[in-house]
Design a protein around this ligand. Structure first.
Ligand SMILES: [Zn+2]
Ligand SMILES: [Zn+2]
Length: 432
């Protein structure tokens, strides 16, 4: 399929990977960045898009989301997830393998790639399971899955209980050059918990999950990364203690990276006081002290990147009593705006730093194309309106999921366009 060249004119080009921060044009030809910066004439047949008053950034990359297909196509499909990603400015997402059946073999990885190609929206990179069936006892065929296009392995949703299995997984992953994405949860401590353990859980009479449930696995797997040289990527960090342990590991040159979710950067366990099941996630929302430490860790590089942990659920399942409701919220379509509202607007971080955390760093950590507007790079680009204010309405979501704690909130900053391989796969309603 041939695509006409795309010329984005007069936008504020923002790309920390090449130190770009100023007005200029961007030309995308044949799926790559052909020219960047200054005034570009462009070929006669180019589609021209006026981006004045808008920011033009490398496309966002989400290294952690749940697309539910195969198995729960009623909740999300690879196609609806890829469209939700595009609407949120994500030109690429990594799909976790806790589907039904589990993505633990070459054919399953190939299926996800085929569905993503058909969807014709954002790129979807499969993550393969660490263990067969995510049962935690036998390693899956990592090499075959990598050959089929898996970019990492993870048993996300379930901790790898066996330290020996995790050690072997890190050793194998090292030979394939991929990270092991780690769901850090010590199950005997977390057992039966539905929120953060503390004063509020005691008052509400809900069973708590202590911070140590996460931190024990964080330090165990940092030590195993030290032992093996394999790369451990710590998912959805939620506690100040985890931050200190990651800092300890990085100071010693241990190959550890980490991600944090928008909800853990902005919400606390106080939200559970309303028994809102959209405040129920795993790991749970923690305290203000944790939030402050996570924000500081994002700023100083202890935590490498932002990931959504987009986890759509059916309303009927979320509309249960708090203790019985499933964990997780949708996040692809609100991530940018939530972080612009809570972190960029108050001046805690700059928009350029946010682009680093949502695009450049995820590309680096997972070894993916994109994350830069450098000439010759793949033409994955996000155009956003930093000044826009909008109210989150579930009916506007491309995702099938409506389980968001931000429904009804007015947020700052909005994605206008998502460009994948030089083609606009999402243009906000009302724009030409
Ligand atoms: Zn997880
Ligand atoms: Zn997850």
């Amino acid at each position: 399929m041939t695509t006409r060249p795309l010329l984005l004119t007069g936008g504020h080009l923002l790309d920390p990977s090449i130190g770009l921060d100023g007005t200029g044009d961007l030309l995308l030809v044949d799926g790559v960045v052909a020219a960047v910066g200054g005034s570009i004439a462009g070929p006669a047949d180019a589609i021209r898009v006026d981006c004045s008053g808008r920011h033009v950034t490398p496309g966002f990359i989400d290294v952690h989301c749940h697309l539910r297909e195969p198995g729960r196509e009623d909740v999300e499909t690879i196609a609806t997830g890829a469209r939700a990603a595009a609407a949120g400015g994500f030109t690429a997402v990594c799909a976790m393998p806790n589907t039904d059946p589990v993505t633990d073999n070459q054919a399953a990885v190939g299926f996800i790639r085929a569905q993503a190609a058909k969807a014709d929206a954002s790129r979807v990179y499969p993550i393969g399971a660490i263990s067969v069936g995510m049962n935690g006892d036998r390693l899956s065929e990592m090499g075959e899955m990598v050959a089929a296009g898996a970019v990492a392995v993870s048993d996300d949703g379930r901790p790898v209980v066996s330290a020996q299995l995790m050690r072997t997984a890190l050793e194998y992953a090292r030979t394939f050059g991929i990270p092991v994405a780690d769901h850090c949860e010590e199950p005997t401590l977390a057992h039966g918990g539905v929120m953060n353990e503390g004063i509020i859980s005691a008052r509400l009479g809900l069973k708590g999950i202590p911070s140590e449930s996460e931190e024990i696995m964080v330090i165990r797997d940092i030590l195993l990364a030290r032992r093996t040289g394999g790369r451990v990527h710590l998912c959805h960090m939620s506690t100040w203690g985890s931050v200190e342990l990651i800092r300890w590991g990085k100071e010693r040159g241990i190959p550890v990276t980490a991600e944090v979710c928008p909800h853990h950067l902005t919400l606390t366990e106080d939200r559970v006081g309303q028994y809102d099941t959209n405040a129920k996630m795993n790991p749970p929302l923690r305290t203000q002290r944790d939030v402050d430490a996570l924000v500081a860790a994002l700023k100083d590089g202890t935590i490498d990147c932002v990931a959504t942990d987009h986890a759509p659920h059916h309303n009927d399942e979320k509309n249960r009593e708090f203790a019985d409701a499933p964990n997780g919220i949708v996040g692809l379509e609100t991530a940018l705006s939530v972080l612009m509202t809570w972190l960029v607007a108050p001046g805690t971080i700059t928009l350029s730093q946010l682009v680093e955390k949502m695009s450049c760093a995820p590309a680096r950590v997972f070894g993916l194309a994109g994350g830069t507007l450098r000439r010759g790079a793949i033409a994955d680009v996000t155009v956003l309106d930093a000044a826009a204010a909008w109210t989150v309405q579930g009916s506007d979501f491309r995702s099938k999921g409506r389980n968001s704690p931000w429904l009804g909130s007015t947020l700052r900053g909005r994605v206008d366009r998502c460009i994948v391989g030089g083609r606009q796969v999402h243009v906000r309603d009302g724009l030409a």
